[in-house]
Design a protein around this ligand. Structure first.
Ligand SMILES: [Zn+2]
Length: 245
């Protein structure tokens, strides 16, 4: 089809082209959102991972503290034992009772330390539970995210195939439209969110909804030339009433 159509014929073809281009535009817009959706899933996983990391760090800190206190207690118990052996080498009652008091003071300190150790062991139990819980959350989220990303990637592929199909359809239509009209249409398409040719509905532009003056509507009806909306500069057309009826 190399013969160019008249304006009326070209507009009829442009109507079909616009339908295709609207679909392409919608699909492309959907595709553009996909990396954002993937990032959101990854962010959510990273959040769960940092929750797990935090729980592990908390547990490690408690375990370290526990170890320090155990060492501390061991040292202090050693001191008590040393004092106890010295106890029998003392000569006077006064020395003996002073030493005994010293030992009691140490023992009191040590039982406080033992209490702290018991408390720390309880905290370690709780922290271990928290680690297991956070790990489970992370693993569940990880599965969910992997599955979610697969779905999104499949959709991207589907969109790409649909767009390729639509572009083929498009190529079959464009040869019958004049170069100038087509270039103009494509320029508007680019600048006006994928909508270049709009229907006049109730005397208003179907693109920006402004009311059109009667002479513009007449021009559109005449189909002698391409008519533009003076507000959004899209191409206008009116559905053929006689054919529709
Ligand atoms: Zn308009």
């Amino acid at each position: 089809m190399t013969d160019k159509l008249d304006i009326a014929g070209q507009i009829a073809e442009l109507v079909k082209l616009q339908e295709i281009d609207s679909d392409i535009f919608k699909l492309k817009a959907e595709k553009e959102q996909k990396p954002i959706e993937i990032q959101e899933l990854k962010d959510s996983l990273a959040q769960k991972q940092s929750g797990m990391q935090q729980a592990e760090d908390d547990l490690k800190n408690l375990q370290l503290k526990h170890k320090e206190k155990e060492v501390d207690l061991g040292t202090k118990e050693g001191e008590v034992k040393k004092l106890q052996t010295q106890l029998y080498q003392l000569k006077t009652n006064k020395e003996y009772s002073t030493m005994l008091q010293e030992i009691e003071r140490h023992n009191a300190d040590n039982s406080l330390l033992e209490e702290e150790i018991i408390k720390l062991m309880d905290e370690i139990d709780a922290a271990s539970g928290k680690v297991a819980e956070e790990k489970k959350k992370f693993e569940e989220e990880s599965k969910k995210v992997d599955a979610g990303i697969k779905v999104i990637e499949a959709r991207i592929k589907e969109i790409e195939e649909s767009v390729a199909g639509l572009k083929k359809k498009r190529e079959a239509l464009t040869p019958s439209i004049g170069q100038k009209v087509l270039k103009d249409y494509e320029r508007i398409l680019e600048g006006r969110n994928g909508l270049a040719l709009v229907e006049v509905i109730n005397d208003a532009c179907g693109g920006c909804y402004i009311n059109l003056p009667p002479q513009v509507i007449n021009e559109v009806r005449m189909k002698d030339k391409v008519t533009y909306c003076e507000s959004c500069w899209r191409m206008l057309y009116i559905r053929d009433e006689s054919k529709e009826a």
